[in-house]
Design a protein around this ligand. Structure first.
Ligand code: GDP
Length: 298
């Protein structure tokens, strides 16, 4: 609880400040509702979620007496209602094994770190995990992933810089199958500047995977940096188009006041949110608990 709370501290302060003093008269009236809606928008929850929350508050309580504390609780409840349907942990269910988890996202979003955290998390649950260094484009990416693999004691499949990611993924699935690995987590290039090439690269990975196992990839997890605020929403849209996305992990929710974007993403896209990142260490990947997050934010 403390970790999640710590993670959202600045977001919480921001919305809290924005909500302070909005209860003008002691009743929930239009002016108060306007102020609530504005407070939510400037707290990065986005216009759609802000509108929905406003409407729900009005439906339930218009004209009724409300204190600032009650208003905060009511807002938290409506945020939770938006988040609950998308809270879905990543489950290892593939049969036959391995479950192939493609991890996508722009460079710098925290993709590599998140792969390590996720692998560590699954290992703690006694799953056998293997990593595949499919980001062959960046010189440092392969080495960085290998360093993490060594730290957490996970096998890694890697090729040369500039090598073909699809062939690494192919080798990964073969090795994982032979070794009875439960989950193969695949790093991918995050070159969104070159959409066409990235799209071709991911399509080729999919084709090769599909030959080995019609269900693979089982998951396509998009890693998003919360500090990007509304721009993270544009990234979701683009990656849905380029790669097909089955779920999200939002990182860097510590240290940013823009955590409200998580609510905006839930409202706008309805994609499963698997987990949240609240720090740089291995333990800093948290399960996504919608009620806790909502209470902490508002
Ligand atoms: P990639 O380029 O997307 O693979 O990103 P990296 O995994 O290399 O992460 C970029 C930077 O963000 C690194 O300095 C990470 O330590 C940091 N980072 C990743 N996740 C988090 C997080 O949840 N919180 C914070 N504060 N930093 C993070």
């Amino acid at each position: 609880t403390e970790r999640v709370f710590g993670g959202f501290r600045k977001t919480s302060e921001r919305l809290s400040n924005n909500l302070t003093g909005v209860v003008g008269t002691a009743k929930l009236d239009d002016a108060t509702l306007d102020d609530v809606e504005d407070a939510l928008i400037v707290s990065d929850l986005g216009p759609a979620a802000a509108r929905r929350i406003r409407d729900r508050l009005a439906e339930k309580r218009f004209g009724l007496a409300i204190s600032e504390q009650e208003l905060r609780e009511a807002v938290a409840e409506e945020i939770a209602a938006i988040l609950r349907p998308v809270a879905k942990p990543l489950e290892i269910v593939a049969f036959p094994r391995p479950q192939v988890i493609l991890v996508i996202g722009v460079n710098g979003s925290g993709k590599t770190t998140t792969i390590a955290k996720l692998a560590h998390w699954l290992q703690e649950d006694d799953y056998g995990v293997m990593l595949a260094a499919g980001d062959t484009f960046r010189a440092a990416a392969i080495g960085q992933l290998a360093t993490w693999a060594e730290r957490i004691g996970a096998p890694i499949v890697r090729g040369p810089e500039g090598g073909d990611p699809a062939s690494i993924v192919f080798d990964g699935v073969k090795a994982a199958t032979e070794q009875g690995i439960d989950a193969l987590i695949v790093d991918t290039a995050g070159r969104l500047q070159n959409k066409r090439e990235l799209m071709d690269e991911l399509a080729k990975i999919r084709r090769v995977l599909g030959r080995l196992n019609a269900e693979a990839p089982h998951d396509v997890v998009l890693v998003l940096d919360a500090t990007n605020g509304q721009n993270a929403l544009n990234q979701i849209e683009t990656f849905m188009e380029v790669a097909g996305v089955t779920g999200l992990i939002m990182t860097k929710l510590d240290g940013t006041a823009r955590g409200g974007v998580l609510v905006a993403a839930a409202e706008q896209f309805g994609l499963p949110i698997h987990a949240i990142g609240v720090g740089e260490k291995l333990e800093d990947l948290r399960p996504f608990d919608p009620d806790l997050v909502a209470r902490v934010i508002a």
